[in-house]
Each structure stands twice: as structure tokens, then as C-alpha cells.
Write a protein that binds this ligand. Structure first.
Ligand SMILES: [Fe+2]
Length: 360
């Protein structure tokens, strides 16, 4: 099903966001993850369900059908599939063939998202879901959104780990020249990459003025914390340049991407703050401005993907000091992919040995 190029860059044994939990209801929702067409819905008990979006009878997308008596009814010849992926009804036929079933995927709701596991189901431990508690923590006020992006998800990781682009791409909202002029400090810990930047005594960019009320010069910082495959948490904050950091107003910006194809991804984001939490107008301002900002990223990444062509992006001719974070993040992804492929190869060897033993 997958070309070598695409299979090589995806970590399968991980939780990815499939949808905002609120967007998954008792109706069919079709999305493609890592090249696999998936249909999702909530069953009558409210549980999130995900299964291959392909009828085992004649191969049409199940998502063209509808839910009938809690089961997916294919809209071509009417067979019904239950939440376990098992065919339970065939019009005018009592015998249900054993092959009349579709693969299901582990799914879980947590912190406002519905997560899906596209790899080995036996390894789908809910404890491995990334901690994005800011999205539903009573001490924070959060807003969020979704962008479909026509670019490889690793280009989004690159983007979020090199925020010098705020100066040029986002000068209408969160950036000004001071960002790119400030040096970054990159630290690679076990399984994560951190890129930190302090920007002292700068003009507040337009978004910062409205989102904080700080109209004079500020000190600000941002730290991107990346964990594979595609969770980028940005901690940021600002305070008046003539005040102490105790006066800082902080936000957490959550970025979660899920590969769709080799050249497209689903981008889920959220912005949480721990100040002026009851100000609904401020929440809406932050949501709208963030959405506008990420529209700019989407347009740039899609232009970049068109320029690179194919699945490119792993071998740029020039890298700068600000690329240490993105490069280290790609190494972490490559390491995990290699580990998965080695484990799969080991299983295949054991199975082959088992077959040889059985045949002897
Ligand atoms: Fe950006």
C-alpha cells in the first residue's frame, strides 16, 4: 500500500490526533491518516470508533453510508458493520462470511482530542497519549482550531522548531525583527528537543499588545519542546521590559500534526492562557489571530512542498544555526522509525522460522 519513501518517515506506534473530540459525533467522519482511509464515529454509548473506510464486500468507502441501529450501513449493498468491525447483517442472506469484517484502530478521548493509534494495536497504551492538559485544565482558558495543510508533516515540525520565521512571515501578528535577531539555545534530551529564545527590550508585536495590554517595550521568550512524532509545545510569555519576570503573562501553544499522505497533514492547534481567563472577547481575539497566523504557515508550507516536490525536505543544501532544532528533531523521528522497522523485521524472521519449523 505504501511507497518506500512514505513508509520510511512515519512512526506508526504512536498516538496521533484524529479529531477534536467535539467534532466526532454519532455520524460518519472520513479522514485519511498515513495513507490509510479511516471512517470514524461515536457509537450509541458515545465511544469513539475508528475503522478502515472500505467495505469488505465491494470495496466502496463505508463513509458514504450511514449509521443504522448503531452500525455502519454500506450505502452500496446494505451490509452492516458493528463497532468491532464485524459484519452483522447482510440483506437477504443469513450466512455471514468470516472475511466480512474490517480492521479497527485503537482510539481514545483525552484533553479535548480524539486520538488514534495506526500501528500495532497491542502497543496502544493510553498512558502514552501526549500531555496536553492545558486544553481542558480548569486553571487555563483554551481555544483551538484545525488546518488541513498540503505539506509533509515534518515540514511543520521544522517550522515550529525554528521560530525565527515569526519576524518575516508573521509580522502582522506575533513577530517583528527582534525575534530573528535573538540567538537560540537548543538542547536535546532523551527523546525531546528544546529550542529556547529570549528577546529582551523589544517593541511588542501587534498580537502581543492586544493579547497582554503591554504597549511599551517588553521582554519575551519562547521555548519549543518537540517530542516525536509531531507534538510541538510552545511555551511563551512576555512582561514589561522595566519590570521583573514575575509580571509575565504566559501562554501554552499546542501543535499536533497527523500525517495524511507523504505531502499533506492534519494540523490541530490550541492556545491556552492562565490570565484573564474569563475574558471571552480576548479568547476570541487569540483564536482568530492564531488562526490567521497559522493560515500564513499553511500557505508557506504548501508553497515549500510544491517547490520541493515529491517527499523532499530531508536534504536541504544549506542549513543555519537555527536549524539545529529541526535537524535534531528529524533525527529523533528517523531513530524511532528505524526502531519500529527493526522490530517488524525481527517479528518477520521469527514468523518465518516458525513456519520453517512447522513444515519440517
Ligand atoms: Fe509560524
Amino acid at each position: 500500500m505504501h511507497g518506500k519513501d512514505t513508509a520510511d518517515m512515519w512512526i506508526r506506534n504512536a498516538w496521533y490526533v484524529a479529531a477534536f473530540s467535539n467534532d466526532l459525533q454519532h455520524e460518519l467522519l472520513a479522514r485519511t491518516f498515513m495513507g490509510e482511509a479511516v471512517v470514524m464515529f461515536r457509537d450509541t454509548a458515545g465511544r469513539a470508533i475508528a475503522m478502515a473506510d472500505k467495505c469488505p464486500h465491494r470495496g466502496v468507502p463505508l463513509s458514504l453510508g450511514k449509521l443504522v441501529d448503531g452500525m455502519v450501513r454500506c450505502t452500496y449493498h446494505g451490509i452492516r458493520i458493528n463497532s468491532e468491525g464485524q459484519c452483522k447483517h447482510i440483506p437477504c442472506q443469513a450466512l455471514i462470511p468470516a472475511q466480512a469484517r474490517v480492521a479497527t484502530y485503537p482510539v481514545a478521548d483525552k484533553h479535548g482530542f480524539t486520538w488514534i493509534w495506526m500501528g500495532d494495536a497491542a502497543q496502544a497504551d493510553a498512558a502514552l497519549i501526549p500531555d496536553v492538559h492545558w486544553m481542558d485544565d480548569a486553571a487555563w482558558t483554551a481555544c483551538g482550531g484545525y488546518h488541513h495543510v498540503g505539506a509533509d508533516y515534518q515540514l511543520m515540525n521544522d517550522n515550529l522548531l525554528d521560530l525565527s520565521h515569526e519576524s518575516f512571515l508573521h509580522d502582522r501578528t506575533i513577530g517583528n525583527e527582534a525575534v530573528a535577531e535573538a540567538p537560540v539555545k537548543t538542547v536535546v534530551n532523551a527523546g525531546e528537543v528544546r529550542v529556547h529564545r529570549d528577546i529582551f527590550n523589544c517593541e511588542p508585536p501587534p498580537f502581543y499588545i492586544k493579547a497582554t495590554g503591554f504597549t511599551d517595550r517588553i521582554n519575551r521568550w519562547h521555548t519549543t519542546i518537540f517530542t516525536p512524532p509531531s507534538f510541538n509545545l510552545i511555551e511563551n510569555g512576555s512582561y514589561p521590559a522595566n519590570a521583573s519576570k514575575d509580571h509575565a503573562l504566559e501562554r501554552r501553544v499546542i501543535h499536533l500534526t497527523t500525517p495524511e499522505t507523504a505531502t499533506s497533514c492534519h494540523y490541530f492547534w490550541g492556545v491556552a492562557r492562565a490570565y484573564q481567563r474569563d475574558d471571552a472577547a480576548l479568547t476570541e481575539f487569540i483564536r482568530q489571530q492564531s488562526s490567521n497566523t497559522f493560515d500564513e504557515d499553511k500557505a508557506m508550507l504548501e508553497a515549500q512542498q510544491r517547490s520541493l516536490g515529491g517527499t523532499g525536505g530531508s536534504a536541504f543544501p544549506v542549513s543555519l544555526c537555527t536549524d539545529i532544532g529541526p535537524i535534531q528533531a528529524r533525527k529523533l523521528v528517523q531513530k524511532r522509525v528505524a526502531q519500529e522497522q527493526l522490530a517488524q523485521a525481527s517479528v518477520a524472521v521469527v514468523q518465518t522460522a516458525g513456519l520453517a519449523h512447522a513444515a519440517s
